[in-house]
Design a protein around this ligand. Structure first.
Ligand SMILES: Cc1cc2nc3c(=O)[nH]c(=O)nc-3n(C[C@H](O)[C@H](O)[C@H](O)COP(=O)(O)OP(=O)(O)OC[C@H]3O[C@@H](n4cnc5c(N)ncnc54)[C@H](O)[C@@H]3O)c2cc1C
Length: 573
């Protein structure tokens, strides 16, 4: 059997390697348009920033190593331009000319290319993308002095200012990489907050960290035009701001690289290849996997490509299974979109659906916010994890996001596993997670999320949300149950301060101040206000506790939070 694979990186090379492990007799040809195969796309930003020093370490395999280890016929600089499904052949352009290669099974793994919006001036030579090894080499060369490339590097004196268009995962990584090089970076994002796949109250902490890194963030605006002159470019934003730039990184998304697939009559949706649960396309003998394929979101059912390395690698492997072990191959799971990014000292990660996706899908949900320490508070190095969890009315987990200096990856991976397993939020209470003081808490943040969720679902805890603040101000008594000292340091105007430890003895004061209105309780992180809520609810008040406390409120309202206190570590909460 001859298996021809188009695209030799994540999905394509996984398919090739698995096919060889299953069948020693198969002829396996990998056709790759670029100069390299099996390269570490995800490592490119770290090479630009200098944390990965040697470009050769990005090349995980070479055609030679793949031939030696797996007897693969890997042909770089070979571009597939056409497919003839009836004849079962592909047309290939290379330095040697044009040739036709026949296949028994064809795997399409062409990935995606950078979206290039119609912005005047985008063809400036100072505009870069970051998708290939060549892109990373060019970007690194632009920010390091060529004389120093062989040894220690420093910022190239000709590159002092950069604009990164797009503050998604790759845009953030690019911005940080450039900032590490001493370049003054402006980050421009059309959405109203950085990291649009995450909710605003998680993205807030990332914005703060970008600020600390000296990266200027422009949100809610795009690039209207790029004006080039001999000395530098100027990026004109849609609000009229003009940002000078010695280089521009374009990172506003990717689109499936599938023109040759659509031409062959293989079914695509918005340019992405449609497959069944085994990666089979609409044409017999042709499979597809990776960034170029439409996925169905595991939580919302939304159909879209999911551009992540894990799903691409696993899909490639499963496609090879279906080609060589039809009937027994496991189906491709629907992706959860679990993703993670480091920004300075912080890690931000997510799994499952965000608020916007749930709303768009019409799925009713509850959200809980927590700010627990990542490990025992008494052990040195304790720091907060800002965690939010979305769940259905029946408790089924829908999504989770977290940001913090430590321990975020572990919690999101546990929650991703829980969502994949179809668990409910209260089921999280029962997870036996590893604990010793340097690593976690006897009640791990994930267990705590389960406990808060269970309280919300059974009515023990009633929440109000930072997003509701304007309406709450109009209709309810705001009761701040922090200490007097904390209250004096900053509070919401018009709120009444009764420390939670005094509340039982001062219920009459609350009753008088509320004058029949509901009582909306708040504290720093939501812990003390939950205690206060229980006291109030049992005393017959219409009460609710602010989800995530002032930490979350500040993240939602930023400067619009009146003189609400600056967030601080919630260990006192
Ligand atoms: C800078 C960057 C950082 C990233 N970081 C992360 C991360 O940290 N975590 C994560 O999960 N994901 C990350 N990703 C996403 C991840 O790299 C992709 O999801 C994954 O590589 C997709 O695999 P793929 O095989 O579908 O496509 P690709 O890896 O893009 O490979 C497709 C290959 O097909 C070739 N090709 C295309 N058309 C043809 C043709 N007609 N003929 C021959 N060859 C062709 C292309 O040249 C390309 O080499 C990152 C992506 C980028 C760009």
């Amino acid at each position: 059997m001859r298996i021809v694979i188009v695209g030799g990186v994540a999905a394509g090379m996984s398919a090739a390697a698995r096919a060889r492990r299953l069948d020693e007799s198969a002829e396996i040809i990998v056709l790759e348009r670029g100069e390299h195969v099996s390269f570490a796309t995800c490592g490119l930003p770290y090479y630009v920033g200098g944390e990965i020093d040697d470009a050769s370490s990005l090349l995980v395999q070479t055609p030679e190593s793949l031939r030696a280890a797996l007897a693969l016929d890997v042909r770089t600089r070979h571009e597939v331009t056409d497919i003839d499904p009836a004849a079962r052949t592909v047309t290939v352009h290379s330095d040697r000319g044009v040739e036709t290669i026949a296949y028994d099974a064809l795997v399409l793994a062409p990935g995606a290319v950078a979206v290039r919006p119609p912005i005047p001036g985008l063809d400036s030579p100072r505009v870069h993308t970051l998708r290939t090894v060549a892109d990373a080499l060019a970007l690194r060369a632009a920010v390091t002095s060529s004389a120093q490339l062989a040894g220690a590097e420093s910022a190239n004196h000709s590159t002092r200012r950069a604009v990164v268009l797009g503050a998604g995962f790759i845009g953030l990584e690019a911005a940080e990489a450039l900032a590490r090089r001493g370049v003054q970076v402006s980050l421009v994002e059309l959405a109203d907050h950085v990291l649009p796949p995450m909710d605003e109250e998680i993205a807030f902490w990332v914005t703060e960290e970008l600020d600390r890194l000296g990266i200027t963030v422009h949100t809610g605006v795009g690039a209207r035009e790029i004006i080039s002159d001999a000395a530098q470019d100027t990026v004109v934003l849609t609000d009229g701001t003009r940002v000078p730039a010695d280089l521009v990184v374009l990172s506003v998304g990717a689109r499936p690289d599938t023109a040759f697939v659509e031409r062959a009559g293989i079914r695509c949706e918005n340019g992405a290849i449609v497959t069944d649960e085994h990666g089979r396309t609409s044409v017999p003998g042709v499979w597809a996997a990776g960034d170029a394929v439409v996925s169905t979101d595991a939580v919302t059912g939304q159909r879209r490509p999911v551009a992540l390395a894990g799903p691409a690698n696993r899909a490639g492997r499963l496609v090879a299974d279906d080609i060589l072990r039809p009937g027994s191959a496991r189906p491709l799971p629907r992706p959860l979109g679990t993703a993670i990014v480091r920004v300075g000292r912080l890690t931000a990660a997510m799994t499952g659906a965000n608020r916007a996706a749930l709303t768009a899908a019409g799925i009713p949900f509850h959200t809980i916010h927590l700010h627990p320490d990542q490990h025992a508070g008494y052990f040195p190095g304790a720091s907060s994890i800002h965690l939010l969890v979305h769940m259905r009315d029946d408790g089924v987990l829908l999504g989770a996001q977290a940001v913090g200096a430590d321990g975020v990856d572990k919690r999101i991976d546990v929650l991703a596993t829980a969502i994949r397993a179809g668990m409910t939020a209260p089921d999280l209470i029962d997870l036996d997670l590893a604990y010793a003081p340097p690593y976690g808490q006897a009640k791990d943040p994930v267990n705590l999320a389960g406990m808060v969720a269970a309280n919300v679902l059974d009515g023990t805890l009633r929440l109000w949300y930072a997003q509701d603040l304007p309406a709450v101000r109009e209709t309810a008594l705001l009761l701040d149950v922090r200490s007097r000292r904390e209250y004096r340091a900053g509070h919401l105007p018009g709120s009444l301060n009764i420390p939670h430890t005094e509340l039982r003895d001062r219920l009459d004061e609350v009753r008088q101040a509320a004058a029949g209105r509901p009582v909306r309780v708040l504290c720093a992180s939501g812990v003390r206000s939950a205690l206060a809520h229980r006291i109030l609810a049992q005393a017959g008040f219409d009460s609710a506790s602010l989800s995530g406390g002032l930490l979350t409120l500040r993240a939602v309202h930023r400067d619009g939070a009146g003189d609400a206190p600056e967030p601080s570590r919630p260990s006192a909460a």
